[in-house]
Ligand binder design. Structure first.
Ligand code: PBG
Length: 331
């Protein structure tokens, strides 16, 4: 035998020498669910270890993450029912606790990178990412609302605007709206390949944002989120978003869509972000709770796989834990 691949796995030092993929805490984005009550700390039942937090708790949480090497955060609002309506007007209200929280966080920690969420669903009484008119999600009416929402978020201090709604033409529309208001330095992370996935369950629990069972309201998001069967459609979406001025291309979910991450990585020079979504994290946590998987080893392997597939940035509910394992030299 002339070739023995095991020679290159002989010791930890040799394995370290030839390791191809390195995942650093600086590549990770920690999601935060925000509640209006400043001192709230409410667990998300379907995602153990994740809480809906009030701003005071978020300030503490972000401080802890920074000490561990996590400097990027994506924030989502859990909006009380009384503030929801068909067009999500609360999204741009001066009273919006989400916008105030962003301003406060950037004041406390000017060096963090704060990513927003642009879509109607947290604010919509129909539970959809766009506005429902005559039983349909109206694309072009929605764009106007998304533009206004994005500008309000840029004014509040968000560094990156994160449109997660999958309407056609929204990247160009938002880019123009931001530039017109002078926010040329505010970037756009486009959820360009976002699939109509069954893995968003815990997230919708956290925000109570699932499509509502109402008459004349579609019960799923399949008319705007992508069919999980399609690969080339992701390339088409990515090409449009890149041409419209996106600064990042996102694939979501991550683990079930590693091929799409690889496709976008190869097709475009833009950084690729992958969203390791709530259901993907919940599955792993549930198995770990039963003692069927080792949380640290399985989570590390999952995140490494997303990076190896070609993601530059990973949004994951495991960000803080991974950073603490990294800091202690275990991963
Ligand atoms: C909706 C949005 C969703 C997620 C992020 N933004 C859910 C959905 O499309 O219904 C899911 C993220 C996760 O599951 O962690 N704008």
């Amino acid at each position: 035998m002339l070739s023995r691949p095991r020679r290159n796995r002989h010791s930890a030092t040799i394995r370290g020498l030839i390791r191809e993929t390195e995942l650093l805490p600086s590549h990770l984005v920690q999601p935060i669910f925000l509640m209006p009550d400043p001192n709230a700390r409410l667990p998300v039942q379907s995602l153990p270890g994740t809480f809906r937090l009030g701003i005071e708790e978020v300030v503490i949480e972000v401080g802890e993450c920074i000490k561990l090497g996590i400097h990027s955060f994506i924030m989502f609002p859990a909006v009380p029912e009384e503030h929801k309506n068909k067009t999500g007007t609360y999204a741009t209200s001066h009273e919006n606790f989400y916008l105030h929280a962003a301003t406060r966080l950037k004041k406390e920690y000017p060096d963090i990178c704060l990513v927003s969420d642009v879509a109607l669903d947290p604010y919509s009484s129909d539970g959809h990412d766009g506005v429902v008119i005559n039983g349909k999600i109206d694309n072009d009416e929605t764009l106007l609302l998304l533009d206004a929402m994005s500008v309000a978020q840029a004014k509040a201090g968000f560094d990156i605007i994160g449109p997660s709604d999958m309407m056609d033409g929204r990247i160009g529309s938002i880019r123009r709206a931001l530039d017109e208001e002078g926010f040329t330095d505010v970037a756009i992370m486009s959820y360009c390949a976002k699939f109509a996935s069954a893995f968003y369950g815990p997230f919708r629990d956290a925000l109570d944002s699932a499509p509502r069972l109402l008459e004349d309201v579609p019960t799923d998001k399949k008319s705007y989120q992508m069919d999980p069967a399609n690969r080339r459609e992701a390339l088409r979406e990515a090409a449009l978003d890149a041409a419209e001025g996106a600064d990042y291309l996102m694939v979501k979910p991550a683990i079930n869509y590693l091929d799409i991450i690889r496709d976008l990585h190869q097709a475009h020079p833009l950084p690729v972000a992958a969203y390791h979504v709530s259901g993907e994290c919940a599955m792993l946590l549930a198995a770990a709770e039963r003692g069927w998987l080792d949380y640290e080893a399985a989570a590390t392997e999952a995140l490494l796989s997303i990076k190896r597939a070609g993601a530059d940035v990973i949004i994951t509910y495991f960000a803080k834990d991974y950073a603490s394992w990294w800091k202690s030299g275990r991963v």
